[in-house]
Write a protein that binds this ligand. Structure first.
Ligand SMILES: [Zn+2]
Ligand SMILES: [Zn+2]
Length: 333
């Protein structure tokens, strides 16, 4: 999950970051991207350079640039909190991740002014009127490189008020987090198994094509196989298969090919370990050829799910149908 925070000065965004960090969230700030850019250029990280380089990046690459660069750093299996989202384009870039949530932290002007007085930093407004004027200047300015916090609060998926105690604020954050976590977005079984098959295909040793199959029973993987030359012989890419290495035209001289197919290897791997594949489902990155189709039928596999069509597979489909083996496509990227 990615929680993006927006909100006015002293509304409590920093407090929200600290709280989420105690719950295992990794924190990023969009200005981290500017800091890295500045260091990469061999410049000093000063407030002036932060503003200058930030504006330059936005002018050259659009207003979502910082968020886009942050996105590249995020792992899919971790929770993140990203502080100070100030522009709608940044929220838009982050919402490419389906688990992104924009959260506006809100507190009245009076409460925020009191917090500013309490922290008492040099340059902070001294009176409530001064505070309001400074804020008005920053808000609602249509200049596209200015902060557009008003529209950010409208865009937010959730708004949380932080005007009373820290404990109450933490409680509100907890309730929201638990609500969101229960809406977890994860791949379905078909996508899960097909992606495992695709990873297995990366281990193929064939120069012509990378294919793999996995066999699943009771929603558990019981065997895997990728294409390549047989166990104990020279790998195809090291010259092990003369047919593949002579760059034969697709679909020709198949009888000379020394490479075993992914489906064939998934079935024989199960045999190697003495595991029955009867009643299983075979996920394959390519629709099976005729030889593999015959093996699938006779091994007792009851369903074939394939990612991409193989050009020669009409006979295979007909045979699978006649033998009562279900066959369907589930395409993943
Ligand atoms: Zn090969
Ligand atoms: Zn095959």
């Amino acid at each position: 999950m990615i929680v993006g925070l927006t909100g006015r000065n002293c509304s409590g965004k920093g407090e929200a970051v600290e709280f989420l960090k105690t719950k295992g969230f990794y924190s990023y700030s969009l200005s981290d991207v500017i800091r890295d850019e500045i260091r990469g250029r061999g410049m000093d990280v000063t407030r002036e350079n932060l503003i200058k380089v930030g504006n330059e990046l936005r002018r050259r690459h659009g207003h979502g640039v910082l968020a886009e660069r942050i996105l590249e750093r995020l792992e899919p299996d971790r929770n993140y909190v990203i502080d100070s989202i100030r522009h709608p384009a940044e929220a838009q870039a982050l919402s490419r991740r389906s688990d992104f949530l924009l959260l506006a932290v809100q507190a009245s002007a009076q409460v925020r002014f009191e917090r500013i007085r309490q922290r008492d930093r040099p340059g902070d407004p001294q009176t409530f009127e001064e505070f309001r004027q400074t804020e008005e200047k920053e808000l609602g300015n249509s200049g596209s490189e200015r902060q557009q916090l008003d529209s950010m609060e409208d865009l937010a998926n959730h708004r949380i008020r932080n005007e009373t105690t820290l404990e109450e604020f933490h409680n509100r954050l907890s309730v929201l987090l638990l609500q969101q976590m229960s809406r977890m977005d994860r791949p379905g079984w078909d996508e899960y198994f097909m992606r495992i098959a695709k990873v297995a295909s990366l281990r193929s040793n064939c120069v012509k094509r990378k294919v793999a199959a996995i066999i699943v029973r009771d929603k558990r993987v019981i065997s895997t196989g990728y294409n390549g030359t047989p166990r104990g012989t020279k790998n195809c890419y090291e010259g092990g298969c003369p047919r593949c290495n002579s760059l034969a035209d697709s679909g020709t001289r198949l009888e000379e090919c020394l490479c075993s197919h992914g489906e064939e290897n998934a079935i024989t791997q199960a045999a190697y370990h003495g595991v029955s594949v009867k009643g299983g489902t075979l996920y394959t990155t390519f629709a099976p050829c005729l030889m593999c189709t015959k093996m699938i039928i006779n091994a007792g596999i009851r369903e074939v799910v394939y990612n991409q069509d193989y050009p020669l597979n009409d006979t295979s489909f007909r045979l699978l149908e006649e033998a009562g083996v279900q066959c369907r496509q589930h395409a993943v990227d």
